[in-house]
Design a protein around this ligand. Sequence first.
Ligand code: RB5
Length: 147
Amino acid sequence: MNITIGSDHGAVALKDEVKMVLKEYEDIKVTDVGTFGTESVDYPDIAEKVCADVTSGKADFGIVLCGTGIGISIAANKVKGIRCALCNDVYSAKKAREHNNANVLAMGGRVLGFGPAGEIVRAFVESSFEGGRHERRVNKVMAIEQK
Ligand code: RB5
């Protein structure tokens, strides 16, 4: 599984922590598109980079991080083909995959501690889309992009 991760300056430490968590999985390869320092950057630029890897197929999933996770999740969801879920708890992360077939996970570096964030990431990568009635709903969500 290939995962592309990116954050603005508000979540660089969380990005490093998430990368450490993903090292637990032998089958996961991570691409980090930055940012790498404390200098202020604009979260839409990071969202676009991560989402480009997902929509091109280079990455199976994306992880986007900013201070709250809100701005970068809004930006990610403007990209056609992206279903980004902002998750602050494990249950939401599990359901984001099972019911919403989310292909991008968003979290906030100024909201979540490293422990809870790690559990959210594990829940996201270990859960799978259930299909069935959820597929119909996800298809309707994606059809909105074409209107
Ligand atoms: C940057 O200061 C901050 O606005 C950003 O990280 C994020 O929280 C926006 O939603």
